[in-house]
Write a protein that binds this ligand. Structure first.
Ligand code: FMN
Length: 165
């Protein structure tokens, strides 16, 4: 199955992971972009929290076409324990048509996100086929890029020796 790496990112971490995975898989990389982009500042933070809590769906477009029959590797942040508005908008429109959805959440804390998963189930009709979580610690320790490449190797079904634990 061919892959498409799809991401939304406000402060750049999900974009970094998405880029690593796309490079490793030689897959197209597509961004979800808000029609009125939010800035990574205090106002963006507050509006992000409010949108998440109210389950708002901001208007979005993508940087390129998304082949919906592909395995979609969806990278994005956790906002208020939930999926961020731009990802909600995309999943509401296309989620039920996805054949295979891999979710790669990015968050401050390292924990599980039941409310986010609950919403993905609602918007796609099922739980993600696979989840790989990234936290601020992965980035602070400089381990995020390696972790993304290891995950891409797992997705490709090729775990090379140098990545073996
Ligand atoms: C509006 C907003 C809400 C957030 N809520 C949470 C949260 O509930 N739990 C958490 O661990 N991190 C939370 N974070 C931190 C982000 O999930 C984290 O910084 C993520 O890596 C950002 O991804 P990005 O750089 O791709 O935007 C929040 C950040 C923002 C901007």
């Amino acid at each position: 199955m061919a892959d498409t790496v799809l991401y939304y990112s406000m402060s750049g971490k999900s974009r970094q992971t998405a880029q690593e995975i796309a490079d490793a898989l030689k897959a197209p990389l597509v961004a979800i972009i808000e029609n009125r982009p939010r800035k990574p500042n205090f106002a963006g933070f507050v509006s992000g929290i409010v949108d998440s809590l109210l389950k708002r769906e901001p208007k979005i477009h993508t940087s390129g076409p998304v082949a919906i029959a592909n395995r979609i590797i969806l990278c994005g942040p956790i906002w208020a324990g939930r999926i961020p508005g731009p990802i909600r908008s995309w999943l509401d429109e296309y989620g039920h048509d996805t054949a295979d959805l891999i979710w790669v959440p990015h968050s401050g804390q390292s924990r599980e996100w039941p409310k986010a998963i609950e919403e993905i189930v609602l918007l796609t009709g099922r739980a993600p086929d696979l989840i790989e979580s990234f936290s601020e610690k992965d980035f602070a320790r400089g381990q995020a890029a390696d972790k993304a490449r290891r995950f891409a190797a797992k997705l490709a079904g090729v775990v090379k020796n140098k990545f073996a634990a």
